[in-house]
Write a protein that binds this ligand. Structure first.
Ligand code: GMT
Length: 380
């Protein structure tokens, strides 16, 4: 199959998933064409079945905002036609599903039908929750896609509650490629971060307000009062400076390391003992799943789809959003002795294995086949 993938080429989970999916499909013999404004971070190595088409928005003095959507639609039309794509898989309704609809209509005037699969990752829906003005366009784009998937059951339900959805939404969970994510022996790393054998607590995110990184720091403060420990904060974003200030105020600077954006996240997870994800909203929580794949138990909020990933009392614990006391209590329980930690580690890995790429990727392939068959019948 020849598949076009459209995504945000960022460090966020949707870009990571779209890239890993494309690479997995390429390994399965499909030809994959990424259509984005920048090469996604995990798309660095050469692969004979992977192609990258850069969308460059024209900057023209007349326009205050470069017309990116028009540039993207034009590129989609061009790539579908000249690379003879069978299907477009777009990640995010805003604006990708909307733009794909325009591209599809243009191609139809030229006698070419290309089905569009849209994957919802969460922020499309929460954005509409915050700004109703987007609702008609998002709803239209979801309904006009030939296939729609959501990354969790919670997101599927939420989408159907917010919008008038006239079609089925297939839940296909995010996945882990264990070739990349598996615990490796990085003893020298551990010694550098925690020279006296301290427990290593970790959080990764894009430091948006919704991630509640201040709760991570507050939970860590409570852990640190009882257990020698270090906190690694990985990623960058709008809240980073405020978090540095908070650490200064709480006199935690020597215990907390801000590492910024990291490519080899698995190497840091491999030396960690506990992952904290206290988000206010989270459709899935890929960051938590990646930690679990490295045998790291998770202390999280119970927002959105997180309970579908982190299992209460088994792979970690879930608390109400903002309940840092409960999170700290649970964290201290997991860290209380090596035997307990080991039990949680093993359960975290076992749960992560349920999301192995070898289980999830065929679900996408199967869904593509179904969408292609249905759209062929529609055209006939
Ligand atoms: O969480 C973010 O800010 C990034 C966002 C994205 O677009 O990459 O993540 C969303 O998609 C991920 C991959 O499906 C999910 O694991 C995240 O839970 C989801 N984030 C939210 O719902 C807030």
């Amino acid at each position: 199959m020849r598949i076009g993938i459209v995504c945000y080429p960022t460090y966020g989970g949707s870009g990571v998933m779209a890239t890993e999916l494309g690479l997995g499909l390429a390994r399965h013999g499909h030809q994959v064409h990424f259509i984005t404004y920048r090469r996604p971070p995990r798309l660095s190595a050469f692969h004979e079945n992977v192609f990258f088409h850069e969308v460059s928005g024209e900057d023209y003095p007349l326009f205050e905002y470069p017309p990116y959507d028009t540039a993207l639609a034009s590129k989609m039309v061009d790539v579908v036609k000249f690379e003879n794509l069978d299907l477009l898989h777009v990640h995010y309704a805003i604006p990708h599903a909307t733009v794909a609809y325009i591209a599809k209509k243009i191609l139809l005037t030229q006698g070419r039908y290309v089905p569009v699969v849209t994957t919802l990752h969460g922020t499309d829906i929460t954005l509409v929750g915050n700004n109703k003005a987007f609702a008609p366009v998002v709803q239209f784009s979801i309904n006009k896609s030939d296939g729609v998937t959501a990354v969790s059951e919670s997101l599927r339900k939420e989408t159907c509650e917010y919008f008038d959805i006239e079609r089925d939404i297939r839940v296909i969970y995010n996945f882990i490629d264990f070739d990349r994510f598996s615990k490796s022996d990085k003893d020298h790393f551990k010694k550098a971060i925690a020279p006296n054998g301290e427990r290593i607590i970790v959080h990764t995110s894009n430091f948006r307000k919704v991630k509640r990184v201040e709760d991570v720091v507050q939970v860590f403060k409570r852990i640190h009062e009882h257990t020698p420990s270090k906190l690694l904060l990985i990623g960058d974003g709008p809240e980073r400076y405020a978090m540095e200030e908070l650490c200064r105020k709480l006199e935690l600077c020597h215990e907390v390391r801000f590492l910024g954006k990291q490519d080899a996240i698995e190497e840091l997870l491999a030396v960690s003992d506990l992952f904290i994800l206290p988000s206010e909203s989270e459709s899935f929580g890929l960051a938590a799943l990646e930690a679990m794949a490295c045998e790291v138990p998770v202390i999280s909020s119970n927002a959105g789809g997180v309970p579908e990933v982190n299992i209460q009392g088994e792979t970690g614990f879930l608390s109400e959003v903002g309940d840092v006391e409960d999170m700290a209590r649970n964290a201290l329980h997991i860290l209380s002795n090596d035997e307990t930690l080991q039990r949680f580690r093993a359960a975290a890995l076992a749960q992560a294995k349920r999301f192995d790429i070898s289980i999830i990727l065929p679900q996408y392939e199967q869904y593509y086949e179904e969408v292609l068959t249905a759209s062929t019948m529609q055209v006939l």
